[in-house]
Structures are given as structure tokens and as C-alpha cells.
Design a protein around this ligand. Structure first.
Ligand SMILES: Nc1ncnc2c1ncn2[C@@H]1O[C@H](COP(=O)(O)OP(=O)(O)O)[C@@H](O)[C@H]1O
Length: 195
């Protein structure tokens, strides 16, 4: 299967907005992959498929996750918005036969991030924030940062996410905190060395 097959598959599973978002994330992911030396083909595939289950009913997503043997933690149990990364990676593996661990992880962790992310995972996480149709205030800065450093861009993205979650009194997932902390410490060590 190639990108146009994957496009056809997701087209049937989502509305117009989500489809064009997916196409844009794939395009942006390919660009970022080229810029940072990641695998462009994998970036395009993970980008086009990252939201494959986003519009699937939540109960169905939950069933897929449970059937796969994943045990949800307390934060995940209370945040259905976090389910589509997990359910998406399972569907892509089991229905589309994709067995590339890096692609599967890029889909699984695209909303939260996690500690120890691969380059491809960071590319997808960032592309989801910078895709062409995004219009939030700060998107221009986010795009600029994404060309200089994926890690700096991710920290900027977390500023939005953490602010939004705390405003709405929603729990922050430990993977998000772990990713944020890891990058902050890496950056401060690098800056320290350069002093
Ligand atoms: N811990 C969390 N609990 C609930 N929602 C979260 C959490 N972390 C991120 N989100 C939400 O997930 C959404 C982002 O989902 P994502 O899959 O990255 O984007 P999209 O579906 O638009 O491509 C944001 O609305 C963000 O606030």
C-alpha cells in the first residue's frame, strides 16, 4: 500500500476538516523530516494516518484499546481525547498491516509525546501543531521554531497544552510531563555547556 491507498482509507473514516488536516500534517511532516534528516516516507505515512480513529465512536476506540491488552491509567481513563493515538496505532497495525514500530509509536504518542521520543515521533508531534490549516494565535512563532529546533517548538506547544488543560481543570498525562521535563533539562544542559 502507498500514500494514495492510505488517503483513500482515511477519506472514508472522517469528515472534510479532519481529512484535510491529515493531508496537511502529512505534507508538513514530510518537510520537517527532510529538514531534520528523518525518513520522509515514514513521516508522510505516519502523518496521513495519525488521526485515523479520531472520528470513530469513543466506546469503539475504548474496546479496541482494551482488546489490544493496553491497560489505561487513571488520567487516560478520564480523557477520551487521549484514546485516538492508542486506538489509531492499533488499527494501523492490525487492519493495515503496518509493523514499523517507529510509525506506530509516532501515531500512538502524537497527542501527549513521551520521554525518549524518536526523531520521527517528534516530527509528527510538531507537524500536528504546524499544519497549514492551523490558525491559533502563536502558530507563526510555532512554525518559525519548528524550523530551528523541534525541541524548542515542542516546548512552545506544551505551553499551549498545559495552559489549556489547567484552565479547564483537566489532568496532565505523565507522558506529557516526562517529555516536557526531558527537553527542558536537555536544553538547559546544552546551554550550560555553552556558557
Ligand atoms: N492530558 C490530556 N487530557 C485531555 N486532553 C488532552 C490532554 N493532553 C492533550 N489533550 C488535548 O488533545 C487535543 C490535541 O489532540 P491532538 O490529537 O494532538 O490534535 P488533533 O486531534 O487536533 O490533531 C488538544 O485539545 C489537547 O488539549
Amino acid at each position: 500500500m502507498n500514500i494514495s491507498d492510505y488517503k483513500k482509507i482515511i477519506r472514508e473514516r472522517m469528515g472534510d476538516y479532519r481529512f484535510s488536516h491529515s493531508v496537511n500534517v502529512a505534507k508538513e511532516a514530510k518537510k520537517l523530516a527532510k529538514h531534520y534528516g528523518a525518513d520522509e516516507n515514514k513521516a508522510e505515512i505516519a502523518g496521513i494516518l495519525h488521526d485515523i480513529t479520531k472520528e470513530m465512536p469513543k466506546e469503539q476506540q475504548l474496546q479496541i484499546i482494551i482488546d489490544s491488552g493496553i491497560i489505561l491509567d487513571n488520567v487516560q481513563l478520564h480523557a477520551p481525547k487521549l484514546w485516538h493515538g492508542m486506538s489509531g496505532s492499533i488499527v494501523v497495525r492490525d487492519e493495515l498491516g503496518i509493523d514499523d514500530e517507529d510509525i506506530l509509536n509516532a501515531i500512538r504518542y502524537h497527542t501527549t509525546g513521551r520521554a525518549g521520543m524518536s526523531l520521527l515521533e517528534k516530527v509528527i508531534f510538531t507537524a500536528d501543531f504546524t499544519s497549514e490549516e492551523r490558525t491559533y494565535s502563536g502558530v507563526a512563532t510555532m512554525r518559525k521554531k519548528s524550523k530551528k529546533s523541534l525541541e524548542e517548538a515542542m516546548l512552545y506547544g506544551y505551553q499551549f497544552t498545559f495552559k489549556d488543560l489547567s484552565k479547564r481543570q483537566l489532568a496532565i498525562h505523565p507522558d506529557e510531563v516526562a517529555c516536557y521535563n526531558e527537553i527542558v533539562l536537555q536544553i538547559s544542559q546544552t546551554k550550560g555547556k555553552n556558557k
